[in-house]
Design a protein around this ligand. Structure first.
Ligand code: PLP
Length: 369
């Protein structure tokens, strides 16, 4: 039986192998392995790609969130509003700084934070909002920025899943006061190891994260802040520079695959993804809803098709956040979706025939029910 993975990084590597090998050799021969010219060049290229002033490479996407929030002055006693439908790091970094994440329910169509519910959760302790462009679908940045401006709040976009996404023709990452990316291998722009980035148009914030990432020092061995050790490797930067040149192609490929899935699944009971108005969704994950999810997933796996749940437990229901007091039913949309949604295979090299096979397997499941 043919096995179909959720994501095939080896198929992607096969398309860029020579370029990658040359870049890796160049870095190895340079003798400079952390930060340096490759990292500086990559930072400049990302800033140009997104249309922002500053890009600062760091160790991973979690540190990017942590350093950006720290630089923005988030501290114990503060409240930060975010979505419960995201990877744990979004809220973890808020808690790590001693602040409290405040979870707002999601819009059931886009799976992003429901902006209409943000206002009701703002208190005199609220300092920031972290929208997450979940699965590659842009959050409603216009309205989020308007609420933030009204209440003088810092907006940090968690764009870990959305490199190349657009909202109203402007790139995601260029909307908030700052944004963070992850280059974890499975992200749309992923390295061959950990990596992350903070982008901003704010000179002061950029300077602060540049100092924070190297132990709060500037110049070296002169420490003005308590910082972190969170630097980007030259090898990762060199690889990511190559991949950035292919990113738009790969994202367009994902959009084509998503359109084909949507078409083929139209007459089944599953709910296919919704692309919000004025948005360019880049399908970091292709997420569908099914009433009988676990049974359907078992059927797909029996037929060699990988699938996965993102995320099985919404953050307000995580054990570590029990103390925050969100009861069952407190955020009904996300609780409902976390029981119905799952991801189908999605990557630019996925063949149309394979998508046809996956759709047929889903149709057979419903035909035999
Ligand atoms: C992957 C991810 C992160 C964390 O990035 P790492 O590089 O794994 O630390 C944060 N937020 C979201 C939404 C992510 O998907």
């Amino acid at each position: 039986m043919k096995k179909i993975p959720l994501l095939d990084l080896k198929a992607q590597l096969a398309t860029i192998r020579d370029e990658v090998m040359q870049a890796v050799e160049k870095v190895l021969d340079s003798g400079q392995y952390i930060m340096g010219p490759e990292v500086r060049a990559f930072e400049e290229e990302v800033a140009n790609y997104l249309g922002v002033k500053h890009a600062v490479g760091v160790g991973n996407g979690t540190d990017a969130l942590l350093l950006a929030l720290d630089a923005a002055g988030i501290k114990a006693g503060d409240e930060v509003i975010t979505t419960p439908f995201t990877f744990f790091a979004t809220a973890e970094t808020v808690s790590r700084l001693g602040a409290t994440p405040v979870f707002v329910d999601i819009d059931p169509k886009t799976y992003n934070i429901d902006v209409d519910q943000i206002r009701a959760r703002i208190t005199d302790k609220t300092k920031a909002i972290i929208p997450v462009h979940i699965f590659g679908q842009p959050a409603n940045m216009d309205e989020i920025m308007a609420v933030a401006e009204e209440h003088n709040l810092f907006v940090l976009e968690d764009a870990a899943q959305a490199m190349g996404s657009e909202y109203k023709g402007r790139k995601i990452g260029a909307w908030g006061h700052a944004a963070t990316f992850s280059f974890f291998p499975t992200k749309n722009l992923g390295g061959y190891g950990d990596g992350g980035m903070i982008v901003t148009n704010d000179d002061e914030l950029a300077q602060k994260v540049r100092i924070l990432r190297v132990h709060g020092s500037n110049p070296k061995y002169y420490h003005s802040m308590i910082g972190y050790n969170s630097r980007l490797d030259a090898l990762q930067a060199a690889v990511l520079r190559i991949k950035l040149r292919h990113l738009d192609n790969w994202n367009d490929g994902r959009r084509e695959k998503a359109a084909l899935y949507n078409e083929l699944l139209k007459e089944t009971p599953v709910v296919t993804p919704y692309e919000g108005k004025d948005r360019k969704h880049i399908y970091h994950l292709y997420i569908i809803q099914a009433e009988d999810r676990d049974e359907l997933m078992a059927h797909l796996k029996e037929n060699g098709i990988a699938c996965g749940i993102y995320y099985p437990v919404p953050l307000h229901q995580q054990e570590v956040y029990k103390g925050l007091g969100y009861g069952v039913g407190s955020l009904p949309n996300v609780e409902y979706m976390s029981k119905r949604t799952f991801a189908l295979p999605m990557y630019a090299e996925l063949e149309d025939e394979t998508i046809g096979f996956i759709a047929d397997t889903i149709k057979k499941y419903y035909a035999n029910k």
